[in-house]
Design a protein around this ligand. Structure first.
Ligand code: K1U
Ligand code: ZN
Length: 163
């Protein structure tokens, strides 16, 4: 599912709202600042973002069918991913993005973003295209990551053990 292009949400129904609420809980429980529906097994175009974090929970954004309509500039920041555990690296992204979407009442929204919000929107919208941040790093960095994963398959990192 993570590698697949997600389907457009045809209508904002109570089931979509329920899924979005569950996604927000999953994001907070895993100390995330964003989450996309394919990460919880639903191949649909729905994302949640809250840069205020799990302790504050005061800036939840839920975007249905988000589309990047404009992008400019460049920024490089460290990213992680709740679906790619134990790995963080610097990724090059657009510095400014405009995103159009629907909210949970089905009303159109336009978001102008920079800095971390721009990074997070691009990261989450990538998930809807089946793209992970490790698909956007250099071939050398990716080869080193793949080697690390092979090693973890024989000796898992500390937080993957059952002890
Ligand atoms: O989609 C995801 O996998 C969630 C991911 C999103 C993300 C992380 C970093 C940059 C852009 C997008 C996370 O939330 S991982 C947690 C994390 O990296 C983070 C947590 C608090 C503050 C800053 C970053
Ligand atoms: Zn991710």
């Amino acid at each position: 599912i993570l590698a697949r292009k997600a389907e457009k949400v045809p209508a904002v129904t109570p089931e979509i709202r329920e899924l979005a609420a569950g996604m927000a809980e999953t994001m907070y429980a895993n100390q995330g600042i964003g989450l996309a529906a394919p990460q919880v097994g639903a191949s649909i175009r729905l994302i949640v973002i809250d840069l205020s974090g799990p302790d504050k929970r005061e800036a939840l954004m839920t975007l249905v069918n988000p589309v990047i309509t404009a992008a400019s500039g460049e920024q490089e920041d460290e990213e992680g991913c709740l679906s790619v555990r134990n790995y963080r690296t610097v990724v090059k992204r657009a510095a400014n993005v405009t995103v159009e979407a629907l909210d949970l009442d089905g009303r159109p929204l336009v978001i102008e973003a920079d800095e971390l919000l721009a990074v997070c929107l691009q990261h989450e919208i990538d998930h809807l295209e089946g793209v992970l941040f490790i698909d956007r790093i250099s071939r050398l960095k990716r080869a080193m990551y793949d080697k690390r994963v092979k090693r973890w398959n024989t000796t898992p990192p500390p937080d993957q053990t059952n002890s």
